[in-house]
Design a binder for this molecule. Structure first.
Ligand SMILES: *Cc1c(COP(=O)(O)O)cnc(C)c1O
Ligand code: SF4
Length: 531
């Protein structure tokens, strides 16, 4: 640094960011241009405020930021515009003295502000375009209300039926012709649907159908709910259903020692086109008798390693409240069962199902042992005010609400769609928990799969850009859940030091490891008990 210090200025009080900032301000410039008088006046005004203000750091930040801008825009140093260097030193020291954490003005102006600026640039496209790129059920309210009106008219469906789960199922759309009545779809699609509904059932609640945006060929709601010719045309080896080799007892699936599922029904409010339990789509609906549940419960009663039981299906909420109450009560009586989960996508297809009686049953059971609600939302288009409200109410009577999304082509496979899904879930009282890679098991939905490399990019793009607890874990299901995240260890040096990579910037940082030798030494408290 060529700038000498005079007077009482103590250079050691400046940190390296201050030094960098001063170097930048006083660096020689080749082509200086005339500084706008307005800029000079502003800088001088901030200097005056800085001198008189003994409590605020902002005037000094403004002063130095202005000087930095002047240097960058005109090549002019503070001296060129008549500001004394010693005075600036005093201001820099004053800034550090006022700040509780001794942060220097150089740290703020030279480093932190540019970093914040770069960070903002990473999310700018998302902030500017999320409504266009990933419209939510909130963003689409007007269109959805119009759709609802049309659907109710065409189906001759009264409001009272709309407002109940039974009504939504009763009026469900099950054929291509019915669908064509309520939404403009090309004749070729209608023909295709008619060709496959004999093999794969279709069931779209009028509420869920109201989320379809007319004229969108690849509408995320259509993709998820309407079986297309691809499903019968995709050929490949069909792997046995998940349950066949993991079911130690009737209705039970068990991959892990401490957690298992009871598949309490095969019923769902809809038939998702990518469903892992695809086989049940071609099946008839069933609900088990109490005797069957007793067999499943007996397996759990006799297996004291099991602590976490997941009631699923199909969709657990296809069961009556009475049935669910019975299952919760029985599970709550088993001492080694410590927590429960219920798995359901029904609040997305028919939020009307979350009635007061069900909420009371949850509250009662949750008060005995924690009850978590596991759901599946794949696109923000599924998050409407009704869905938001259903989960808000559920959040008051459960210990957690977790989302398992499936990564699906055309539904959620871009950055803006995935970021918004994560954020809007969180704002709807739901924790993004898992993101599943769409399975290879069933060739029928090959057309919906997304390459793992894209999934990794998507999940990784969330780090440092959206809240940490809104980032799901990315998994493959292949006989249990297997993490797919990319490793952010860039390099392991000899001697055990790691080089880590920041997912949001690519910057590499050294990270010295604990050595095995140190780790294997006796612990410090050991010495007190040694004779
Ligand atoms: C997903 C799943 C579980 C639960 O796994 P977690 O990782 O604990 O959420 C348990 N059993 C089966 C059969 C599953 O598919
Ligand atoms: S709700 Fe779940 S189980 Fe039912 S069809 Fe959809 S993905 Fe399959």
């Amino acid at each position: 640094m060529d700038c000498a210090v005079t007077g009482d200025v103590d250079l050691t009080k400046l940190d390296k960011f201050d030094v960098n900032l001063f170097e930048l301000l006083y660096a020689p410039s080749e082509n200086k241009t005339k500084v706008d008088l307005k800029d000079i006046d502003e800088a001088k005004e901030w200097l005056e405020v800085s001198k008189t203000s003994n409590k605020l750091t902002n005037p000094m930040v403004q002063l130095f930021d202005k000087l930095k801008t002047i240097k960058e825009n005109y090549g002019a140093s503070p001296e060129d515009i008549g500001i004394d260097k010693d005075e600036l030193y005093l201001m820099a020291i004053k800034h550090k003295n006022i700040d509780e954490h001794s942060v220097s003005v150089g740290g703020r102006v030279y480093s932190a502000l540019p970093i914040a600026q770069t960070a903002n640039e990473r999310v700018q496209d998302y902030i500017d375009n999320h409504v266009k790129d990933a419209p939510s059920g909130f963003d689409l309210q007007e269109q959805i209300a119009k759709n609802r009106k049309k659907i109710q008219e065409k189906l001759n469906m009264p409001d009272e039926a709309w407002d109940t789960y039974a009504g939504q199922i009763k009026y469900a759309i099950t054929s291509g012709e019915q669908l064509a009545e309520i939404i403009d779809i090309p004749q070729s699609l209608i023909d295709d649907i008619q060709r496959v509904v004999g093999v794969f059932r279709m069931r779209i609640s009028p509420y869920y159908a109201s989320l379809i945006i007319p004229g969108e060929v690849n509408d995320p709601i259509l993709i998820q709910s309407v079986p297309t010719g691809d499903m019968v045309d995709n050929r490949g080896i069909n792997i046995e259903p998940v349950a066949s080799d993991h079911s130690p007892a009737r209705l039970i699936d068990q991959f892990y020692p401490r957690v298992l599922t009871i598949k309490a029904t095969n019923m769902c409010a809809m038939f998702c086109t990518y469903c892992l339990r695809l086989d049940h789509i071609s099946d008839k609906d069933w609900v088990s008798s109490k005797n069957t549940y007793e067999e499943a419960l007996n397996y759990i009663r006799g297996n004291t390693a099991v602590r976490d039981v997941l009631i699923t299906g199909g969709d657990a909420l296809a069961l009556s409240n009475k049935r669910l109450e019975y299952l919760f009560e029985e599970l709550d009586k088993i001492p080694h069962v410590k927590i429960k989960r219920i798995g359901s996508r029904i609040p997305i297809m028919t939020p009307q199902r979350i009635d007061d009686q069900f909420l009371e049953i949850c509250a009662k059971s949750n008060a005995i042992k924690p009850l978590r609600f596991v759901t599946q939302i794949n696109t923000v288009q599924e998050i409407t005010p009704e869905v938001h409200d259903a989960f808000k109410r559920l959040s008051k009577v459960t210990s957690a609400i977790l989302n398992q999304a499936v990564l699906l082509r055309g539904v959620n496979d871009t950055q803006n769609k995935m970021w918004k899904l994560s954020e809007l879930l969180q704002e709807s009282y739901i924790r993004p928990y898992y993101l599943f890679n769409c399975s290879f098991r069933n060739p029928e939905f090959g057309h919906l799969r997304v390459p793992i490399s894209i999934g990794r990019e998507l999940v990784e793009s969330m780090y440092g850009n959206i809240a940490g607890d809104a980032i799901p874990r990315y998994l493959a299901t292949a006989g249990g859940k297997i993490p797919l995240h990319r490793d952010n260890v860039a390099q392991i040096n000899e001697g055990g030091d790691y080089i880590l990579r920041k997912p949001w910037s690519g910057e590499e940082v050294p990270y010295p490891d604990m050595s095995m030798e140190e780790y294997n030494k006796p612990q410090s408290f050991d010495k007190y008990i040694q004779e």
